[in-house]
Design a protein. Structure first.
Length: 570
């Protein structure tokens, strides 16, 4: 990982433990003082200490070692001189700080490894104090793989800051004594001088421009100063390369280890992102792309726990995600359990169709006639296993219809979606989830450098309505709801049920052309060789369909699973 020149070296980061001063205001005893009196005083003091020790010991035994609420609120984690095991036993919030990532002079990403925690802690965070002891930042941290991450802004140049961790248990705040100090760098150029530098790099004055246009002009000028490639004839509009540059910059300034502040990734340059880059230039006016842009690290996101890799390749198991969320939703689970169970080997399906499964239904019974009418005669002409799978397939579509509002709601993930720009402007209002967009940007940048070609997106995000149109082959939802279960079983091999497609979660990308011939393109050759380094994996039935997983699949796993043959174009 390349470290930008504008970040302070590790040698300037100090970890300190506050030392409580010992008051020394006792006067020396006169030399003529009777030593027998000193001896008597010593005996009395020792007796008092012994009595107090006995009282506190008995109190601790009676209270089970617990402090009262009033005492708990005043507790600070005296953790510096204790072994980790003792600190954990005492219920302290114990952290080990890492070097902060300082962007320019004004912001820093604070990182600490969570060493131990008391059961019941619900929130962790950091306080930051300036040299005058004033609290300048207080914010909760996000936890990933035992690491705590928080981003602090509004810092000043050439200022030493002290960071202190805290833990919350209910409404009680425990503040640790182990701290970390860091110093923001000095500016070698004032912000007004940077402004002149940027303005002078623009092809014309921005004085009469709107704020939005001025921001774009300044962003392009800064990219030019950094040595980032873009079409210099497009100062007044967004296009792919500008967006790719912006996304890589935002990722680099908002990531630490494999943690990313995904919602700080922008689809276009913003006033805030441009101001930060100007601040970085004030520390080092000669800074270049390679000094800022980090190497890409595959980073997890909200859907990563649902990754699977099978004979269809790498994908997000949205079915598992939906089923998992359904368990905690009363309305959706009721429809699944009583009306439309769509997984054959679940108790719900087995119970609902027990008579059919066990052969208790006569061909001319009303129940059988009703089932044949609902799922189609051709469904019941199949083997038992296929028949049941066909019933389940159509049940899934029934469920998707009646719970459409719920499926759309749970597909709105914590990470934001980013609209995609093409060379000629916004691309069909299409969008990707931020983690997908970051990985795509890095791939696009590398692909363009290697080939000089574009990697064009055909489609990424799809609304539920769009997915219904695709699933129904354009016939419409009402039409396919009347078709047989066998048709739905066959259809679901090539098209996801609305509400379940990776496209609805904006984590998949269809590249252009979205046809089998994509396998002959330079983009496919590049992706086949390099996409795994960026967390992207192919859906084997469609050579053009790739999904960002947020995890790297081991090579031995890929080699051990034979992939299904790609399907011909629909």
């Amino acid at each position: 990982m390349r470290v930008p020149k504008n970040r302070i070296p590790p040698s300037s980061v100090k970890r300190t433990v506050p030392v409580r001063p010992v008051r020394r205001n006792m006067k020396a005893a006169p030399k003529t003082f009777d030593r027998r009196i000193l001896f008597i005083i010593g005996i009395a003091a020792a007796s008092i200490v012994l009595v107090l020790f006995s009282v506190f010991t008995i109190r601790a035994i009676l209270s089970g070692g617990k402090t009262t609420p009033d005492e708990t609120e005043a507790v600070t984690a005296q953790s510096a001189d204790l072994p980790v095991s003792d600190m954990a036993a005492e219920g302290n919030c114990v952290v080990k700080f890492g070097d902060p990532q300082i962007n320019g002079t004004s912001e820093a990403i604070i990182y600490a490894e969570l060493i131990s925690q008391k059961n019941g802690y619900s929130t962790f965070g950091f306080e930051i104090y300036n040299e005058a002891g004033e609290l300048v930042f207080e914010g909760d941290a996000q936890l990933l793989d035992g690491g705590l991450y928080a981003k602090a802004g509004g810092l000043e140049p050439e200022t030493q800051y002290t960071v202190r961790p805290y833990c919350l248990e209910s409404e009680t705040k425990l503040t640790g004594d182990v701290t970390m100090t860091f110093t923001t760098p000095a500016r070698v150029m004032s912000l007004s001088e940077v402004e002149k530098l940027v303005e002078g790099t623009c092809p014309r004055s921005t004085d009469a421009m709107t704020e939005e246009t001025k921001t774009l002009f300044h962003a392009h000028a800064i990219m030019k100063l950094l040595g980032m490639y873009f079409d210099e004839t497009v100062y007044e509009r967004m296009e792919t390369l500008t967006q790719v540059n912006q996304v890589m910059l935002d990722y680099s300034l908002n990531s630490y280890n494999n943690f990313v502040f995904w919602n700080n990734i922008n689809e276009t340059p913003t006033k805030e992102s441009v101001a930060l880059l100007k601040d970085i230039l004030s520390v080092n006016p000669d800074i270049k792309k390679d000094d800022i842009i980090k190497d890409f690290t595959i980073s997890p996101y909200s859907m990563t726990p649902y990754v699977k890799y099978d004979n269809f390749g790498g994908q997000i198991s949205s079915e598992d995600y939906v089923f998992d969320i359904m368990k905690d939703d009363q309305n959706a689970s009721v429809y699944f359990a009583t009306e439309y169970p769509y997984i054959v080997d679940t108790p719900e399906f087995q119970e609902k169709y027990a008579d059919l499964i066990n052969g208790y239904l006569e061909e001319d019974s009303d129940e059988m006639k009703s089932l044949i009418s609902q799922y189609g005669k051709e469904t019941f002409d199949q083997s038992k296993d296929v028949m049941l799978e066909a019933i389940a397939a159509k049940n899934k579509v029934y469920f998707a219809d009646i719970c459409a509002w719920w499926l759309e709601e749970i597909a709105v993930l914590p990470e934001k979606r980013i609209y995609i720009y093409s060379e000629s402007g916004r691309h069909s209002m299409d969008s990707m989830l931020a983690p997908t967009m970051v990985a795509f940007a890095y791939m696009y940048d590398e692909f363009r450098e290697q080939t000089g070609l574009e990697m064009t997106v055909n489609n990424s995000y799809r609304s539920c309505e769009t997915q219904w149109d695709k699933y129904s082959k354009g016939y419409g939802k009402s039409q396919v709801l009347a078709w047989s279960g066998l048709w739905h079983l066959d259809r679901q091999i090539v098209s996801y049920v609305p509400g379940y497609s990776n496209h609805q979660f904006a984590v998949s990308v269809d590249f252009e052309p979205a046809q089998y011939v994509f396998i002959e393109s330079e983009a496919y050759k590049y992706l086949e060789k390099n996409a795994g380094r960026y967390g992207f994996y192919n859906y084997s039935l469609e050579t053009w369909h790739w999904t960002y997983l947020g995890v790297q699949i081991p090579e031995e796993t890929i080699e051990s699973i034979p992939l299904a043959t790609p399907l011909a174009d629909e």
